[in-house]
Design a binder for this molecule. Structure first.
Ligand code: ZN
Length: 148
């Protein structure tokens, strides 16, 4: 799944856990939750650009969009840095994919949802992009609704 999808869904989850009825979750619990979310979302059938001929272009756009999402949550919407950073951390396991792409086809990936034996969700472009657009739209709605 695209990094920006993970960053926005992680930001929404971090915002929801900060506004939890019983009080804000500790940072380590939010970090665990956003990493688990990354793993679960990698199960959802989606379209990845890593198997195209334009991986560098799409990856660069994804990196810029992810950084912009983090900065928007932090600086424009006024979330505390730690909360916005935990959203960014939700996309961090995909550095694993980048490093493996640079190292070649025999490189081992570290994050469980990137292992070859993990049932990583795959779909064609219409569904695979649409599901990520829907997840991002829902996440933006949550982040906007819960902004401090
Ligand atoms: Zn991933």
């Amino acid at each position: 799944m695209w990094v920006v999808t993970h960053v926005l869904t992680g930001s929404a989850l971090a915002a929801a856990l900060a506004a939890a009825p019983g009080g804000a979750w500790p940072w380590w619990a939010v970090l665990t939750a956003v990493l688990l979310l990354h793993l679960l979302l990698d199960l959802v059938p989606h379209w990845d650009y890593t198997e195209t001929t334009r991986t560098a272009l799409f990856g660069s756009l994804d990196f810029v969009a992810s950084l912009a999402a983090f900065l928007a949550v932090w600086r424009l919407l006024g979330y505390p840095f730690a909360s916005a950073f935990l959203g960014l951390a939700s996309g961090a396991p995909d550095w694993d994919v980048l490093v493996a792409l640079l190292r070649g086809p025999r490189a081992r990936k570290l994050f469980p949802s990137h292992w070859d034996r993990f049932p990583h969700g795959r779909a064609g472009r219409p569904w695979g992009i649409g599901v990520q657009a829907a997840l991002m739209a829902a996440s933006v709605a949550v982040v906007l609704a819960l902004r401090p």
